[in-house]
Design a protein around this ligand. Structure first.
Ligand code: SF4
Length: 739
């Protein structure tokens, strides 16, 4: 808990934003002014980015939600009491479920919720609403990495090793991740590999991270046949062809005999199929598809192989991020990255490995405790009878009463019913949506269609801390607590479980979602217990996770506090309960050192092939659009757009465009353009830069309204993971006034 010293109330906690979970100390004055100071912690080593330094501003945002709001007959949102608001929600839920069935009420969670809230939300959906329809926004960011890792290793923990391990490697292949802008303090862990010339960044843009390779600026923009950088290599493929890059790299590894055959034979299955599948991707053929010169592909494959332990190197890592995962072939791309890593003998070896760089603050923990459509707490499958029985016993319900798997996020949004359509039918289409910690109107693909669906619901309830674009559409808005106003736990991108601590009382009538769910459960006549004290919820979560992949049963708030007070850096799951109280399980910083999490302990290599993006360039949409982040903003921007210091630097969206493309289209630097896809259009001013390919434009996704790039992105999804293809689509680019 927070402690009061002479003067302000202080607490040691972690940043509210990304999955790096930088450590910070907070000091709150009686007037609610909060100051932030960085703390030493392995992932940030005393560093914070601009978002972290300014994070206290959101606590005092002028439009902070402090009272429930109900939409009146005049169509406006009006202040209401908690009793009024919760009664409306409960009455509406009962009515909708009576008419349309249990699945007609859906729940949408978020990767920023604490572990306790994510757990309670999943339990609420399955035991009170008894709806199958619950999923969360992590489906937008981690689903392909999770699907690929689960298939290959039997376990999905973003980084199955501490981030600090990167420091000793000779090579790091970073695919589709702009760490230098999304989580800047993490870059210090790449200092060693850069000094050895081993950083390889795959990105259609020369992002801030790609620039860390030191590659000369005058390298031709289409991938560069010229010299590589003194600290690494930037590989600049055609958008949507990252998979081809990986297939070609593995082709070179196989044909040049750079494999770790001893590792492949002893610790993997499926290599024969994979070897046959990459035979067709010799570098010259790959170059015709991905645009990366064949010699550059060979150079990278040899660089990675030389860094592998089998060839006497200090170690190598293959890391993927959203740039390659948010694709209709995202799982295949992750699988190809894993195949490459396995062929080089990297995973399951100290100092080497494969990992996915999780983005959202609790993107890791958010997918472990049961808010995902197909999973129960402990990262268990909802279709596994033993898992259902175990979790049902913890919840005090019959296993058969737990619904089966629901729709993944995009399908769930697409399935939302339209008011008046089939008014009295039970067709399984949700008519009500309860949203927790997600700004769908800005963050969902094909966002205008999603907005229309939300407007047509019979009931939209949004729990949030500020009036986000999605909250402003709701019938009921419930004001909830945020990071520095609550206790709980988060799980970092490495599976490190850490404490979030309270330093401020909630403002006005804001309440924790734990209280909101308990009150709704009571109003809906549930006899299932919903504790509201975070430590108690965590204790239940730990019991529910026992024996699962993500086993937290040896953890408690008290143990995490004691560990931290003793200078410990948090504990990595799995942390099973120990029979010997004097010898608690120490946690598992590195997974797979002895065996993988598959039934036979071997990693699965799976053959995959390139299909291409769902929305490829063509005559009426001849330019690729890629999307991403800027340093100053986080996700949909609902929080960071309320921080004056950040807005001063990054006030509006923009369209990055190569001068060659600008000249070809007759569009000047700074001119306003309209990007049009078959879904819709978006407008913003251009920024000319040679950091991007001449066939591609880039736009950040942190803004709503006419500047919301997700009005243009496609909601086509990966067939395995359900992840939408945010990262590439085809657009027409014109001057805005001509449009
Ligand atoms: Fe650290 Fe991420 Fe917060 Fe920046 S946003 S301070 S990188 S946790």
């Amino acid at each position: 808990a927070a402690r009061t010293v002479a003067g302000p109330t202080t607490a040691d906690t972690h940043c509210p934003y990304c999955a790096l979970q930088c450590a910070m100390s907070l000091a709150a004055e009686p007037d609610r002014t909060v100051t932030v100071a960085p703390r030493q912690f392995p992932t940030n080593r005393g560093g914070l980015c601009q978002k972290g330094w300014t994070s206290a501003a959101v606590l005092g945002a002028p439009d902070r939600l402090t009272t429930p709001l109900l939409r009146g007959t005049d169509g406006e949102l009006h202040p209401a009491s908690w009793d009024e608001a919760l009664d409306v929600v409960a009455r509406s839920v009962v009515g909708i479920q009576q008419t349309h069935g249990r699945d007609a009420v859906a729940v949408f969670g978020g990767g920023g919720l604490t572990n306790e809230k994510a757990y309670a939300l999943g339990k609420f959906a399955r035991t009170v609403l008894r709806t199958a329809n619950i999923d969360y926004n992590g489906r937008f960011c981690m689903a392909s990495a999770a699907a690929g890792a689960n298939r290959a290793f039997g376990v999905d923990r973003g980084l199955p090793f501490p981030l600090t391990d990167l420091a000793g490697a000779d090579a790091v292949l970073l695919l589709g991740s702009n760490l230098a802008e999304t989580m800047p303090p993490s870059v210090q862990h790449l200092t060693g590999v850069r000094s050895r010339g081993g950083l390889v960044v795959v990105d259609p843009r020369r992002s801030a991270t790609a620039a860390l390779t030191g590659e000369p600026h005058d390298v031709p923009a289409a991938g560069g046949a010229g010299p590589v950088g003194d600290q690494g290599v930037h590989v600049q493929p055609v958008p949507g062809t990252d998979l081809v890059v990986l297939l070609a790299l593995l082709h070179v590894v196989v044909t040049e005999g750079l494999l770790d055959m001893e590792f492949v034979t002893a610790r993997t299955t499926g290599f024969g199929d994979v070897r046959r599948s990459v035979a067709a991707w010799w570098p010259e053929r790959a170059e015709t598809v991905c645009g990366v010169p064949a010699e550059r592909l060979r150079h990278v494959a040899r660089l990675l192989a030389a860094a592998s332990p089998a060839r006497g190197g200090a170690g190598a890592y293959v890391l993927t991020g959203r740039g390659v995962e948010q694709s209709t072939q995202g799982t295949a791309t992750v699988t190809a990255a894993i195949n490459l890593a396995l062929a080089l003998g990297l995973p399951g070896r100290r100092g080497s490995g494969y990992g996915a760089v999780t983005g959202q603050g609790n993107g890791q923990g958010g997918r472990e405790h049961g808010q995902k459509a197909d999973q129960l707490p402990g990262y268990r499958s909802i279709t596994d009878p033993a898992a259902r029985a175990h979790v049902a016993a913890v919840w005090g319900v019959a296993p058969a009463s737990i619904p089966g798997p629901g729709r993944p996020a995009v399908e769930l949004l697409q399935s939302l019913g339209v008011r008046g359509a089939g008014a009295d039918t039970e067709d399984g289409r949700p008519r009500a949506l309860l949203v927790h910690g997600s700004n769908l109107v800005v963050s969902a693909p094909d966002a205008q269609r999603v907005e229309a669906k939300l407007r047509a619901l019979d009931l939209l309830v949004v729990c949030d801390v500020v009036p986000s674009e999605t909250a402003l559409l709701a019938d009921v808005v419930l004001p909830v607590t945020q990071w520095a106003e609550e206790e709980g736990t988060m799980t970092s991108l490495e599976g490190r479980v850490i404490r979030r601590r309270q330093v401020l009382a909630p403002p006005g009538e804001a309440r924790s979602e734990l209280w909101v769910l308990a009150e709704l459960a009571r109003r809906l006549g549930s006899t299932v217990a919903f504790p509201t004290e975070p430590a108690t919820v965590f204790a239940e979560l730990a019991r529910a996770s026992a024996g699962g992949v993500a086993d937290y049963s040896g953890l408690s708030h008290a143990r995490l506090d004691t560990d931290e007070a003793a200078g410990g850096p948090g504990l990595f799951w799995p942390v099973p309960a120990s029979d010997d109280a004097a010898a608690p399980h120490p946690g598992t910083p590195r997974l797979f050192l002895d065996r993988f999490g598959t039934p036979d302990g071997r990693a699965r290599m799976v053959a995959v092939d390139h299909v291409g993006p769902s929305d490829d360039v063509r005559a009426d949409a001849p330019v690729y659009l890629v999307t991403g982040r800027v340093l100053q903003h986080y996700q949909s921007g609902a929080q960071t757009r309320r921080v004056p210091e950040l807005v001063r630097v990054a006030a509006a969206p923009f369209v990055e465009m190569h001068p060659l493309l600008g000249a070809r289209l007759g569009i000047a630097d700074g001119e306003r353009v309209r990007l049009t896809s078959s879904r819709g259009h978006v407008e913003a001013a251009t920024r000319w830069t040679d950091r991007i390919r001449p066939d591609t434009v880039f736009m950040p996704f942190h803004w709503g309204g006419a500047g919301s790039v997700n009005r243009v992105t496609t909601d086509a999804t990966d067939p395995v993971s359900g992840m939408p293809e945010f990262k590439v689509c085809a657009v027409e680019v014109r001057r805005a006034e001509r449009a």
